[in-house]
Ligand binder design. Sequence first.
Ligand code: KE4
Length: 426
Amino acid sequence: MSRSEELFARAQKLLPGGVNSPVRAYRAVGGKPVFVARAKGARVWDVDGREYVDYVGSWGPMIVGHAHDEVLAAVHEAAARGTSFGAPTELEVDFAETVNAAVPSLHMMRCVSSGTEATMSALRVARGFTGRAKVIKIDGGYHGHADCLLADAGSGVATFGIPGSAGVPAGAARDTLTVAWNDLEAMRALLVANPGEVACIIVEPIPGNMGVVPPAPGYLAGLGALCAEHGAILIIDEVMTGFRVAYGGAQALYGLVPDMTCLGKVVGGGLPAAVYGGRADIMAKIAPLGPVYQAGTLSGNPLAMAAGLKTLELLRRPGTYQQLEATSARLCDGLGAILREGGIEHTTNRVGSMWTTFFQPGAVTDYASAKRSDTARFGRFFRGMLEHGVLLAPSQYEAGFVGLAHGDAEITRTLEAARAVVKAGI
Ligand code: KE4
């Protein structure tokens, strides 16, 4: 029995599924999860000493590479001054100023400790500001596990095919409306059918939790116009895309000015930090200024602020996003050629350094089309790549992530692994 298997057996005695987050259990791809012992740059090592080229990257945060010397030094320096105070610190001011400079639509913001907290809080303040109860989300969109957002969610829930989730009372989900991605007319119809009742629309500007499914041209701008027309707040959930697809996120890439934005993952540099915010008149509703309550013991934690600040500093260095684009293009073009040569039906959606290869002929433009993928074949590909030292995201409905530490050696090794796996047959 491998050390990973030993640990997995022990873990399952105390942790549901042996994990602290469902997708890590490999239920969607089969086999048992590897337990990670350490990571550096683009590589992770499991507890049995096996090395992998890593494309999970902690599900997005590790864009500058694991255990980056400068990030570690910043965290160590902050930790030496204490790890948490429950009082305001200079780091939180520096962090807010840095994020505001990158994402100007965040006129005001609040730090929290997870993407779930960020989106849950953004919805509450949108409801408090508008006095309306209904929220609209995208079928296949995932915004964390707040009750009202677990309706036809993507990511883990989509992977398990659980429509919504047990434990979410009807009352909590009743005011959540869902609509297909990239269908502006369906969105318009939903707003018209619920006049004056929709507080907000929340979308991933580039969904990554049904797999990566880019917005159709004009779709995001259309959402903004519909929100303005119907008095609803447009919340852009950039937990995954923020600082990932551009330094200013998807809103910079697509020239969007949302009413509210949520950030997470990269912004914490691998430590627990997330952000929600937007228009000053909306955020003025947040306690202690206004009547919408939200709080958090570790909000703005100094270690997470330090890791996030250093990560964003590294991302500001010239050529960062050009490098991510070039490496990601080489990877995906190479994978595509290998799968084509092997006669494997697939289609790849990619925006910058986040991508998904769907095992189906495509095109994948929404959740319904994503679900036509051959998830069993994806599982065989995942397990084959794992055996050849490449760690992909363990679900067809997830994004893979390329980081600055992925270089020629990592891409070459990945493509050699893919050639071997396809040759062996999936
Ligand atoms: P967290 O609560 O997991 O920090 O963030 C929730 C969230 C919100 N919005 C978007 C767009 C997200 O992608 C996420 C979380 N993403 C998943 C993976 N796609 C996290 C991995 C996991 O659940 O283990």
